[in-house]
Ligand binder design. Sequence first.
Ligand code: PGA
Length: 257
Amino acid sequence: MKQSLIVANWKLNPPSLKEARALFLAAESVGGSARVSVVVAAPFVYLAEGKTLLKRTRLGAQDVFWEERGAYTGAVGPQMLKGVGASYVIIGHSERREHFGETNEVVHAKVKAALTAGLRIILCVGEKSRDGDPTEAAAFIKEEVVAALRGTPKKYAPHITIAYEPIWAISGIGGVPDTPASTREMAIFIRKTIFDFFGARAARSVAVLYGGSANPKNARAFLEEGGVDGLLVGHASISAASFTAVVHVAARARRMP
Ligand code: PGA
């Protein structure tokens, strides 16, 4: 059975360090088994605390700037993240694209800086809608993947995870989860895009996740039937009970090598 990757994306949560500690400890209680690898992507201000509490669970950030230093008020660079113990960073989440104006160009600059610094990236891609011509969603996703990875040397493939997150499925905007069957088609399409980009061998080391209203009830179906290597979990990751439940489900899911 293959190991699954479960990533908690806390977004702008929780409001207090005390609650953040409780969530870190819950993640640590289930993190890092032979069946599941767990990453917690926490707000910047909680990363240092995460480093002290997480041993088997990996620490991630939700964003990164593309420069290492300089006159960029409010920015956080890749080496700063590494320095406080983050090994993963989410890049290009649809909420960053929507509320912070991130373009494919910006995403590309962040991908390059993060990989060069030795971080593992979780690159988020996903269409806004599935209405109309189905090839449009595929073309949109391909453009996001190719624009973000343009010029990336193959050697970085093992450090790249692609999270397929259809925007209409994200719970924060009242989304409903995709079906495992259609996620499977998109996962195959993303793998084919990576295959064309990096070649067969490197493409095999790129993990593909599903995100969008993933929860303890649907996690198993996405992992077993959705053709993905894991899940990016937003809303269900900010309750200790539901996040640990997702990880338990993932540990029992039968994903064939
Ligand atoms: P959700 O968020 O699980 O709350 O839908 C997922 C994400 O946006 O990463």
